[in-house]
Design a binder for this molecule. Structure first.
Ligand code: AMP
Ligand code: GLY
Length: 441
């Protein structure tokens, strides 16, 4: 501790100029984004004795209790740059991929500002499925066999020559709807027509890959240009409802301490996937400096890559960063400056977090429901989609809150989290009751 939290009366959604404080001695950090991931980043930064002031753009109601919210969109690169220059920001940390893809890192660096995140070009490892697949093929990183197509007939005949289900991935930004697991020829034909004839998402190509089976997990690493530092492994729960049923979401809960991963699995994933990907990007002239996220699967044929992301995962970050014992400012600053950083130290505990989402999510949902009881909760509560007004907190997104607790084992952490969730009142939230179920089967 060492951070002087802004008093509630100083917290403001009113904009950078009005909330500028002069004569601060410690470091000033700007976090870009406004979800649970960014709340966890702000929370970790608030534990750094070097950090005196944290801004978050746009932030949310919970973040506003630990940082100054700045009403700028995460993709408003020019606005964010002007804000950082005017407010003496020592370091900017980027959460969302959209900001990286908008070129925030390139723009800040050109302006002489220190920023943690990848360049727009390096973000291709996430934004282009074909780029990522070619990289893996060329550098021998294990992943599902694939081909890519722009022609509908060629794509369909390839799909029909392979066993079902077939995995069809639109190669570009598709608002989370770009992956279709087609069970038969009719479904594959419809999805390919949508992507390659009707161009529902745009003019991109389609990657067709083999269907893999096995538990998925997330491996995030800090990359400083020289080292690849592993974070604790986490598992997300993508489906909306218990028993992994219902539609795919942004993630309904996560935990660390994965029971199905052996030390050998982890070592393999670290060396053969994460380190190889980091070296491969250097060889391609696109060095990564920031977080590399491997979405991996433990298949009967070994661990393989499902996707790479060029950023912290959400909700994985909310269960991983509470375990960090090192000063996160040193890590962020060293990576951003391109200087080697010391190996981060992690607590041995496990963590588990449950997402409370608006009823109807990931489909249509209403906003503006009153949330009560937050002050009673004896666990970390990361805000994912909340807004504050007159001292009250309201729902303002699909995923609203994530309650996270640590424990000596998963049963302990899980019991604590569900107990604490019971203290939160809101008429329009639902959550899964079976986070980390694989550990209890
Ligand atoms: P992606 O956007 O590439 O992460 O894909 C979204 C989800 O689709 C993944 O989290 C997996 O559950 C599933 N998926 C993607 N690729 C495959 C694959 N080759 N085999 C089986 N499932 C997959
Ligand atoms: N939890 C998955 C992601 O952040 O992409």
């Amino acid at each position: 501790m060492g951070l002087v939290y802004p008093l509630p009366s100083q917290r403001s959604d009113a904009g950078g100029k009005e909330i500028r404080l002069e004569n601060c001695l410690g470091k000033t950090v700007l976090v870009v984004g406004g979800g649970g991931r960014e709340h966890a980043i702000v929370d970790a930064l608030s534990r750094s004795p070097q950090v005196e002031k944290i801004y978050c753009a746009p932030g949310n109601a919970g973040i506003g209790a630990q940082a100054f919210n700045v009403p700028l969109k995460d993709t408003d690169v020019e606005g964010l740059k002007a804000f950082a220059l005017e407010n003496g920001v020592d370091l900017t940390v980027v959460g969302p991929e959209a900001a990286l893809a908008a070129g925030i890192v390139d723009a800040f660096r050109t302006a002489g500002l220190r920023i943690f995140g990848h360049t727009r070009a390096a973000t291709a490892i996430e934004s282009s499925k074909e780029f990522a697949k070619r990289l893996m093929e060329k550098h021998g990183i294990p992943t599902a066999a694939y081909r890519s197509f722009s022609d509908f007939d060629e794509a369909l005949s390839y799909v029909l020559s392979r066993p079902f289900p077939a995995v069809l991935k639109y190669d570009g930004l598709a608002a989370g709807k770009g992956v279709v697991i087609a069970q038969d020829a009719a479904e594959a034909r419809a999805a390919l027509a949508d992507m390659l004839l009707d161009h529902s998402f745009g003019e991109g190509r389609v990657v067709v890959e083999d269907f893999l089976t096995g538990p998925e997990f997330s491996f995030m690493c800090f990359l400083d240009g020289e080292h690849v530092y592993a974070m604790p492994l986490a598992q997300d729960h993508k489906r909306a409802f218990d028993g992994d049923k219902g539609p795919n979401t942004g993630g309904m809960g996560a935990y660390t301490g994965l029971p199905f991963i052996t030390p050998e699995d982890r070592e393999f994933a670290y060396r053969e996937i994460m380190c190889k990907a980091a070296s491969a990007m250097v060889a391609e002239g696109l060095p990564l400096s920031g977080v590399l996220y491997g979405g991996l699967m433990k298949t009967p044929q070994g661990i393989k890559v499902i996707e790479f992301n060029a950023r912290f995962g959400d909700p994985e970050t909310e269960v991983v960063l509470p375990l960090l014992q090192s000063d996160i400012y040193d890590l962020f600053e060293g990576v951003a400056a391109g200087t080697p950083v010391a190996e981060p130290v992690w607590a041995d505990d496990v963590t588990l977090g449950v997402v409370l989402a608006s009823k109807g999510y990931p489909g249509h949902y209403e906003k503006g429901y009153d949330i009560t009881g937050l002050e009673l909760v004896d666990a970390k509560v990361y805000h994912m989609g909340t807004a504050g007004r007159d001292g009250k907190v309201f729902t303002s997104g699909g995923r609203v809150l994530m309650v996270v607790s640590g424990g000596s084992d998963l049963a302990d952490a899980r019991r604590k989290v569900y107990e604490e969730i019971g203290k939160i009142g809101c008429d329009n939230l639902f959550y899964r009751n079976d986070i980390a179920h694989i550990a209890f089967e």
